[in-house]
Design a binder for this molecule. Structure first.
Ligand code: N15
Length: 262
């Protein structure tokens, strides 16, 4: 690929390492998201090797709920990533607009994320950082894990974006080693945030968020009204002992998912 193979359109997002543009591949007329990274930025942040590893991993991933990396190329000064275009944009903007999602929509999203995580764990890929900022919505309203990986953010990053602790499980906050169970914790945080509009351990100070996470200080507000089944699932994922968290295949069999997910 070369840049002239594409007709570049409006910016879709911008981040530390570069911008993402809407683009059309001229021969096929395929619409893509073209991410442009500056080699200078990559060099000074020493992320070239990490980028190569991420590109290697992502180019082999094929799942309906994981954003495709179609390919990449580079020129003198920049690296270009050819990414799947998600027609309905960023999930967190939709969550901000709706305040919170209903139980059907939340359960449908959680089920598709659980299936994507089962696929990733099957490929020994973990900690895909599944907070709302890393999720996009496809043409049919389906969820896509975009995994901005090494902190490339799109437009208007969320207020808690910079270094948010909200999604970290106790073992990561306490800096012990972590394994694929971290993704089950993050899925629980995400399920709570879909239903209530805020993450469960949010607090003004980082130190307070830290304390609430390590104590699993889980409280369910009276509003909006959320079914006991949903709370039961969340409580089974937000468990301090990582080995006791509900396994992903059990998430898919949970009554709340079975009754509410499309
Ligand atoms: C190291 C590399 C292999 C990681 C690959 N993953 C990324 O670079 C993650 N990433 C995805 C994007 C991204 C950002 C926005 C979009 C969009 C998109 N669609 C939109 C529709 C309306 C408004 C905004 C939209 N952004 N589609 N696909 C995207 C892809 C930016 N970074």
């Amino acid at each position: 690929w070369v840049l002239s193979d594409f007709e570049v359109g409006k910016p879709l997002g911008r981040g530390k390492f570069g911008h993402v543009y809407l683009a059309r591949e001229k021969r096929s007329n395929q619409i893509v998201a073209l991410k442009v990274l500056f080699k200078s930025q990559l060099k000074q942040s020493q992320v070239e090797h990490q980028l190569r590893r991420e590109v290697e991993i992502q180019s082999h991933l094929r799942h309906p709920n994981i954003l495709r990396l179609y390919g990449y190329f580079y020129d003198q000064t920049r690296v270009y990533l050819i990414l799947e275009y998600a027609a309905k944009g960023e999930l967190y903007k939709e969550l901000t607009r709706c305040k919170h999602f209903n139980e059907k929509r939340s359960a449908t999203y959680i089920a598709s994320l659980a299936r994507a995580l089962i696929y990733l764990h099957g490929k020994h890929v973990i900690h895909r950082d599944i907070k709302p900022e890393n999720l996009l919505i496809g043409t049919q309203g389906e969820l896509k894990i975009a995994d901005f990986g090494w902190s490339v953010h799109t437009f208007n990053r969320r207020r808690t974006m910079c270094g948010t602790l909200d999604y970290l499980p106790p073992e990561m906050v306490e800096k012990t080693e972590h394994d694929y169970h971290v993704d089950i914790w993050s899925l629980g945080i995400l399920c709570y945030e879909f239903l209530y509009g805020v993450p469960p351990f949010e607090a003004k100070e980082h130190s307070e968020t830290y304390r609430r996470i390590v104590n699993v200080d889980l409280k369910f507000p009276l509003k909006p009204l959320v079914s006991p089944a949903a709370k039961d699932l969340i409580a089974q994922m937000l468990v301090k002992n990582s080995a006791s968290r509900l396994p992903l295949h059990k998430v898919l069999e949970h009554p709340w998912i079975v009754q509410n997910a499309d």
